[in-house]
Design a protein around this ligand. Structure first.
Ligand SMILES: Cc1ncc(COP(=O)(O)O)c(C=O)c1O
Length: 450
């Protein structure tokens, strides 16, 4: 019989203790935090699934590269290694380092967009949207219609609605769409992948109309792996070749290396446009740093150079995608409502279906996230009525899995905690908002149980 167990393809060399608290302590901690999990000290969290951004574990090769970091202000060989690694995968002419993804976004939109412009995306991430709007442009989401069905397991729910994009281009004045963006994977849409077929169709449309196509490439390796296992014709190709094929369809990208760069900090902006690159580098010098380090130390550039390559290793991606599916499938098989299929970096609980007796104005996602902490010290994040107020179409609780950090027994524990909360769901009450900031209120809001 062939061995089918998928294991963590690494062994652990350095360990960090995590702290168990009692239920009574967690009750007090929640009260002190105003029932807002962002306000908990991380030392009081047992399993932290707040985000997969910058929370991964670096490899021995990355730590070795850190020691090679050259901290010269200009002309550092660490930048050469960073640029070469990025170019090998992404293939773009100009590589501009930034301290994280949103800095790349600010520089891109600050140079390419004007007031009144329109930027279409399959779904803008919140910092992407904010940076588009900051320059007075309009951010428009064009997800495929399948994305609107949380329970339906379509293979490529991250796709863009190509027909809607075409209509938008046709009815918009020429020159008012400075670029189209494709976010891979589609984070706000549930960590769902974009197919090569869809990217090809978007690219062809953009080229026909002379509009540049940029990728928001944060989770490009996870997206490539989904293409390999789900899209006809790709099973025999390596994730790197798939990523290269996808990036060749575009003209540039923004990247947060805190995701598939496998680093704790870092990002970059790429473009094939020489004139634009000149303007972008001028802006970079003003706010991030000299073009051979951007907002990063030489050692960070080294960690990203190695991490980008490691993110594409097939054994790692197989384990990564399998461990997310393992969590999602185990709870879904017991009836827990989740966004289907499980995404590339996270499982999303459908809090409205989990707690049908708690109406959206009583924040079912916040109530559920609080219960997961109370039951087992697990931190997740609400993506729903607290985060988006009246604009929320769903109330979700995202369980984002940091890269190479937790083992299968941690995930088994998370499954057990979720199922325990599921058993007593009818007794869970909604929440009342006590205090809120005028914008991005979810970070600081104070709540209490009803
Ligand atoms: C799709 C997407 N784009 C952009 C960003 C912004 O990256 P950063 O947090 O490094 O600024 C994120 C971060 O979560 C993201 O998920």
């Amino acid at each position: 019989m062939p061995i089918t167990t998928i294991i963590e393809p690494f062994r652990i060399k350095s360990v960090e203790p995590i702290r168990c608290t009692t239920r009574e302590q967690r009750e007090e901690l929640l009260k002190a935090a105003g029932y807002n999990l962002f306000l908990l000290p991380s030392g009081d969290v047992l399993i932290d699934l707040l985000t997969d951004s910058g929370t991964g574990a670096m490899s021995t090769e990355q730590w070795a590269a850190v020691m090679r970091g050259d901290e010269s202000y200009a002309g550092s060989p660490s930048f050469d290694r960073f640029r070469d690694s990025v170019q090998e995968i992404f293939g773009y002419r100009h590589v501009i380092p930034t301290h994280q993804g949103r800095a790349a976004e600010r520089i891109l939109f600050g140079t390419i967009c004007r007031k009144g412009d329109i930027v279409p995306n399959n779904t803008h991430f919140d910092t992407t949207r904010a940076n588009v709007e900051f320059v007075g442009a309009e951010a428009i989401d064009l997800p495929s219609p399948e994305a609107r069905e949380p329970g339906h397991p379509y293979s490529f729910k991250g796709n863009m609605d190509v027909a809607a994009l075409e209509q938008l281009i046709v009815r918009t004045a020429r020159g008012r769409i400075p670029l189209v963006m494709l976010t891979i994977t589609n984070n706000s849409g549930g960590g769902q992948p974009v197919s090569m077929e869809n990217a090809r169709a978007v690219s062809a449309l953009c080229r026909r109309h002379g509009i540049p196509l940029y990728f928001d490439a944060c989770r490009f390796a996870e997206n490539a792996y989904f293409i390999k296992v789900r899209e006809p014709g790709y099973a025999e190709k390596t994730p790197k070749r798939i990523a290269q094929e996808m990036f060749a369809l575009g003209d540039g990208c923004t990247m947060s290396a805190k995701k598939d760069g496998m680093a704790n900090i870092g990002g970059f902006l790429c473009t094939n446009d020489d004139a634009l690159a000149r303007q972008e580098k001028d802006l970079l010098i003003l706010t991030e740093g000299y073009p051979t380090y951007g907002g990063l130390a030489g050692r960070d550039l080294e960690a990203v150079a190695v991490g980008l390559q490691e993110a594409l290793h097939e054994d790692y991606l197989q384990y990564r995608i399998a461990s997310i599916a393992y969590l999602g499938n185990h709870i879904a098989s017991q009836g827990v409502p989740i966004m289907q299929p499980p995404g590339g970096h996270a499982v999303y609980l459908d809090a409205r279906a989990f707690l049908p007796h708690v109406p959206p104005e009583q924040f079912p996602g916040v109530a559920l996230a609080n219960e997961l902490y109370l039951e087992g010290g697990i931190r997740s994040v609400e993506i729903g009525t607290l985060m988006f107020a009246g604009a929320a179409r769903m109330d979700l609780v995202r369980l984002a899995i940091p890269r190479r950090v937790y083992t299968q027994s941690h995930i088994d524990y998370v499954v057990e905690v979720i199922l325990e909360v599921w058993q007593r769901r009818e007794r869970i009450r909604g929440m009342k908002l006590l205090e809120e900031a005028p914008f991005l209120r979810h970070f600081t809001a104070k709540m209490e149980p009803l």
